[in-house]
Design a protein around this ligand. Structure first.
Ligand code: PNS
Length: 162
């Protein structure tokens, strides 16, 4: 029997930030493998396509040998079951995250009793950081190199300069 612990780190990652990368890195030290799962959500208008986001995350996690990047549509717990994972990994930044995240964790528990959500406290230097903050700054040409992995800075500026 395979006893390896697989954690799913689901999210929009539009775009991935240094806060996300910190959670992925710390998760990769805690679990046998981490699957970063990009939600394909047709009702949202994203900056980057799912394929582009996967490519960006792969580029930023190339040195983490137990990290895989994939996409999914539909329910996270169904995707987790399909991948044989019993853990959902999420980062918690501030109190306002907690309400939404706890509601999501409880909802997921009603859908699948044996899948656990594990929260990691976001590194304090990234407690303010979100993909929306990055987009807000980048659209006005502001500095984002301290907020996102170096590999994707140009992708983001190019989006707004096209
Ligand atoms: O990065 P985000 O946008 O905060 O991630 C949210 C995400 C993808 C984790 C959440 O929206 C999700 O799990 N969506 C899939 C649909 C689902 O499973 N809903 C039930 C839980 S509320």
């Amino acid at each position: 029997m395979n006893n390896s612990t697989i954690a799913i780190y689901p999210g929009s990652f539009d775009p991935i930030t240094l806060g996300h990368l910190d959670i992925i890195t710390r998760g990769s030290n805690m679990f046998d493998s981490v699957i970063v799962a990009v939600l394909s959500n047709p009702s949202k208008q994203p900056l980057f396509t799912v394929e582009k986001r996967i490519e960006q995350i792969k580029q930023c996690t190339i040195n983490l040998s137990n990290v895989e990047v994939d996409s999914f549509a539909g329910l996270t717990v169904e995707y987790a079951k399909m991948r044989g994972a019993k853990i959902l990994l999420r980062g918690l930044r501030v109190l306002s995250d907690f309400e939404k995240e706890l509601q999501m964790a409880h909802t997921n528990k009603t859908l699948s009793e044996d899948i656990e959500t594990i929260f990691l406290a976001t590194a304090k230097e990234y407690s303010f950081l979100s993909s929306s903050v990055v987009k807000e700054i980048a659209q006005f040409g502001g500095e984002i190199s301290h907020l996102v992995p170096t590999d994707i800075v140009d992708d983001i500026y190019s989006y707004y300069n096209k």
